[in-house]
Design a protein around this ligand. Structure first.
Ligand SMILES: [Fe+2]
Ligand SMILES: [Fe+2]
Length: 225
């Protein structure tokens, strides 16, 4: 298996990934930050160099459905962070958001590559979820940096719970998908903790519960579509 390097993975970026990368770069220019592009700082996929597992047709389909959900989750993460960065009040908060978005871009590329290996397509609903998440991110940021960073913490908490569930649900043989989700889980937990450390306000339980319900709209549809 060829290792995914920043250069070698570029041809694999297509469609929505390319669009997200362009939006991200444009946003960084508008914000006047000299943060390098997501492509320029990509980490190799944790699945690189590992053998493709032998999966039954059913297992492969299930793994593809789960990784499609995770790919859309990363599309939403890009949109949320970009929307939040666009409307952030302080440069420090904008830097933190764009830094996290850069790691989310790695997650997006890893999920995209794994979907291709599983002969599966990304969700057709991605443009819809991207637009809704971008608007939600910008609206959250307009409420102020404390709310915006609190939103990051609450979101990452939900994402981490969902990743733990997917790690259990993946076929036992699919080590490649598991390695990707494990690294994503480590990163998401850190994003959430850092958001609180940088002044985010922890959201009340009822708000978090509403966010869990809303996220199920995404997870339950993109497994199939
Ligand atoms: Fe992520
Ligand atoms: Fe994250």
């Amino acid at each position: 298996m060829t290792e995914l390097t920043p250069t070698s993975r570029r041809p694999a970026l297509r469609g929505i990934d390319r669009f997200l990368s362009q939006v991200d770069q444009r946003l960084r220019q508008l914000a006047g930050h000299s943060v390098s592009s997501p492509e320029g700082t990509a980490r190799p996929s944790p699945a690189s160099g590992h053998e493709e597992p032998r999966l039954s047709a059913g297992e492969r389909e299930h793994a593809a459905g789960l990784m499609r959900v995770n790919h859309t989750g990363e599309v939403c993460a890009q949109a949320l962070y970009q929307g939040q960065a666009l409307a952030a009040r302080s440069d420090t908060t904008r830097d933190k958001l764009l830094g996290a978005a850069q790691e989310e871009a790695d997650h997006l590329a890893w999920c995209e590559a794994r979907l291709q290996e599983l002969d599966a397509e990304p969700s057709k609903l991605n443009p819809l979820f991207y637009a809704a998440s971008f608007a939600l991110g910008a609206a959250t940021a307009l409420a102020g940096d404390k709310v915006s960073l609190g939103f990051v913490h609450a979101t990452e908490e939900r994402v981490a719970g969902h990743l733990r569930a997917h790690l259990k649900a993946l076929p036992g043989e699919d080590r490649k998908s598991q390695l990707i989700l494990q690294q994503m889980l480590t990163d998401e937990e850190r994003h959430g903790e850092e958001a609180l450390q940088h002044g985010g306000e922890e959201f009340p339980r009822p708000v978090k519960d509403a966010m869990t319900l809303a996220s199920q709209l995404m997870t339950k549809t993109t497994y199939w579509i």
